[in-house]
Design a protein around this ligand. Structure first.
Ligand code: GRF
Length: 207
């Protein structure tokens, strides 16, 4: 049997996508394991989830500059990932732009989930941006990570309606439910070698 793909999740907060990924991996026919959680905040809720699920976690000091990561932390995360045989890095609410060694070495092997239908509403508060703009449909996007902010090739998108009575909270909850389906689906396809990247276009081959 082929080796199972080892996945590291990088998070900064609540960790519901980390939980969705790690839980999906518990299914016997899922071809990947989340083996590492790396957070930049010692108060991240994701740490408690990792403890419960028995996933090793590390708090990495990514520097004081909000939204960006120090060169040292990029090296450190890369080192941890390579020492642990990580084949895919999943950003899940990681509030820093990944750069340096980590980005270079994991090019084409690093995904992110964004709570809007890219290329609309990049950056922070995608759900609020969608509401404020007045779109009737929003959703989530799983994409590969490149050096831009939410600009990498799109792997999977899921849409949800934006309802007249929606608040940021209600729309976020509807989108989050889709995130929890789309992210494991993308990881499964990657682990099964069914994803091919052609420039900006990503093809997912049938199972
Ligand atoms: C999610 O909405 C994700 O799309 C965005 O940050 C949020 C993280 O939530 N990138 P959680 O920590 O996974 O619950």
């Amino acid at each position: 049997m082929a080796d199972r793909l080892k996945v590291a999740v990088l998070a900064s907060g609540r960790g519901s996508n980390f939980q969705a990924l790690a839980s999906a991996c518990l299914a016997p026919d899922f071809p990947a394991d989340v083996t590492l959680l790396l957070v930049d905040d010692p108060d991240a809720g994701a740490i408690g989830i990792a403890d419960t699920l028995g996933v090793r976690s590390y708090v990495i000091d990514c520097g004081r500059s909000k939204g960006s990561m120090s060169k040292e932390s990029s090296e450190e995360i890369y080192r941890l990932c390579s020492e642990n045989g990580i084949g895919l890095v999943c950003l899940a609410g990681f509030m820093r732009i990944v750069k340096g060694r980590l980005l270079e070495e994991f090019s084409g092997r690093m995904m992110n989930i964004h709570p809007a239908l890219l290329p609309s509403f990049k950056g922070l508060d995608g759900q609020k941006q969608a509401l404020d703009y007045g779109v009737k449909v929003s959703g989530c996007t799983v994409h590969f990570v490149d050096k831009g902010i939410d600009t990498g090739p799109i792997i999977i998108q899921r849409s949800v309606p934006v309802l007249q009575e929606d608040t940021e909270e209600s729309l976020s909850a509807r989108i989050l439910a889709m995130e929890h389906e789309a992210y494991p689906e993308a990881v499964k396809a990657f682990a099964e070698g069914r994803i091919e990247i052609f420039g900006r276009r990503v093809e997912i081959h049938d199972e």
